[in-house]
Design a protein around this ligand. Structure first.
Ligand SMILES: CCCCCCCCCCCCCCCC(=O)OC[C@@H](O)COP(=O)(O)O
Length: 213
């Protein structure tokens, strides 16, 4: 076993410890078909929880989209995303001569499944920020790929932005019904609908907390 494999197992173990096991597949079963999972983003553990919730045989072909500026700055961050999780890096700064979605398109052409956090950054509010447009463009180009919304609950309290040491607390990942781009659907409408599909998966107890504080 390589060091990267061992790190993967260790992180999956930690994720299971703090989440009390698997995800809740409410709107779709885990399945070997090409998918783009999209979720709210509050913590580095978000990706690990989704990954740990997948059946082991689907993990190798399911890849996180990672911000290039953040995850290639520093040897450990680069190693863990490249070697352990086979991340697809995306540039968050726009340049004129390059399509930021190109690496994602290539991965999808390859048949890989992706996990995207369409807010593009971690937020510490209860509800997700508006979604960036990448998800819409990918939905247009890859109509055959299933778009699966997911809500990750409570992780911000395990490892909020700025914290290094995780605090054990129960977390859940809930997967919803696939969302499809409507024929001729407007970009803004689709992105708002996709975000609403994620928010709708928030467990009731946690909705109460969000609205209370
Ligand atoms: C227990 C020790 C925890 C170790 C954590 C290992 C984490 C591996 C995480 C791989 C994550 C890949 C997905 C990242 C998605 C992404 O790239 O979102 C942007 C944020 O990331 C950083 O940007 P920001 O929130 O703006 O600081």
């Amino acid at each position: 076993m390589t060091r990267a494999d061992a790190m993967g197992l260790l992180l999956a173990f930690i994720a299971r410890l703090i989440t009390g096991a698997q995800g809740h597949w409410k709107g779709c079963p885990p399945k070997a078909e090409q998918r783009i999972y999209f979720a709210n983003h509050q913590s580095h553990l978000d990706w690990v929880l989704i990954w740990a919730a997948l059946p082991r045989e689907l993990r190798a072909s399911t890849r996180p989209i990672a911000a290039r500026d953040y995850w290639t700055a520093g040897r450990f961050k680069h190693w863990i995303t490249r070697e352990v999780f086979n991340a697809v890096y995306v540039s968050r700064q726009r340049t004129d001569d390059q399509d930021p979605l190109e690496p994602l398109v290539e991965a999808l052409r390859n048949g890989d499944s992706l996990v995207i956090f369409p807010e593009g950054t971690r937020s510490n509010k209860g509800l997700p920020q508006p979604f960036k447009s990448g998800l819409y463009h990918l939905a247009q180009q890859f109509p055959q790929v299933q778009l699966i919304p997911a809500w990750i609950d409570n992780v911000q309290r395990v490892m909020p932005k700025g914290e290094v040491v995780p605090v054990p607390i129960l977390c859940t990942v809930t997967f919803g019904t696939p969302v499809a781009l409507g024929e001729g659907e407007d970009k803004r409408d689709f992105l708002a609908r996709a975000r609403a599909a994620v928010v709708a998966l928030q467990p009731v107890e946690s909705q109460l907390q969000t609205s209370a504080g």
